[in-house]
Design a protein. Structure first.
Length: 201
């Protein structure tokens, strides 16, 4: 829900979205269906791509995550369109900036849970493992790949897309260790054995 709020804010800013989200919006406008629906359709296709790269069975559980993500995007877009309509460049830029930060935070949180990341983020982790590079490199590489596809489908490409490509990786790279420490502390705190002295014994 945090991640999709950030995605919806960048779409609403009308300054350009991440290459992948620009592709979703472009397909929605050109072909039909909602942005969230294309999230699920592309996720289904990428599941088989990821299985080929990892030489393992398709991770269909990722479809559940993609379905929740797609549904949440459509819900947030509906709600945000009712609540706000940024018209001036400053309000659009603020909307975009908050969206980018929230996307990085949301992605870091659910990636650290290791619960079936959506296929596009699983692809990011696969590329990181295959290239032995960090998550910044793999995120940027994927952004460039989807940027090309978004241009083909006339997705909303703009200054926001450039900022997402340049800042998306570093923002995620910044949040990953922070969320890891928070979750580690939470796990340690909740796994400590509790001792109780029964004074009656």
């Amino acid at each position: 829900m945090i991640l999709t709020l950030g995605i919806s804010l960048t779409i609403l800013s009308d300054l350009g979205t991440s290459p992948f989200d620009a592709l979703l919006v472009g397909l929605s406008i050109k072909v039909g269906l909602t942005v969230g629906s294309w999230e699920v359709i592309l996720a289904f296709m990428m599941i088989f791509c990821n299985a080929f790269l990892k030489r393992q069975r398709p991770e269909f559980l990722g479809l559940l995550t993609a379905f929740i993500t797609g549904l949440a995007i459509d819900i947030w877009l509906f709600i945000l369109h009712l609540l706000m309509n940024p018209e001036h460049w400053f309000s659009k830029l603020v909307c975009l900036g908050i969206g980018l930060i929230v996307i990085g935070l949301g992605t870091a949180i659910y990636l650290q849970t290791n619960f079936a990341p959506i296929p596009v983020d699983r692809l990011m982790l696969i590329i990181r493992d295959l290239t032995k590079m960090n998550i910044l490199f793999s995120k940027t590489l994927i952004y460039l790949l989807f940027l090309t596809m978004a241009i083909i489908f006339n997705g909303p490409i703009g200054i926001g897309t450039l900022l997402t490509v340049c800042l998306g990786g570093p923002i995620l790279h910044y949040f990953m260790p922070i969320i890891e420490r928070v979750l580690s502390n939470f796990t340690i705190k909740n796994s400590k054995p509790s001792f109780r002295i029964d004074l009656d014994e």
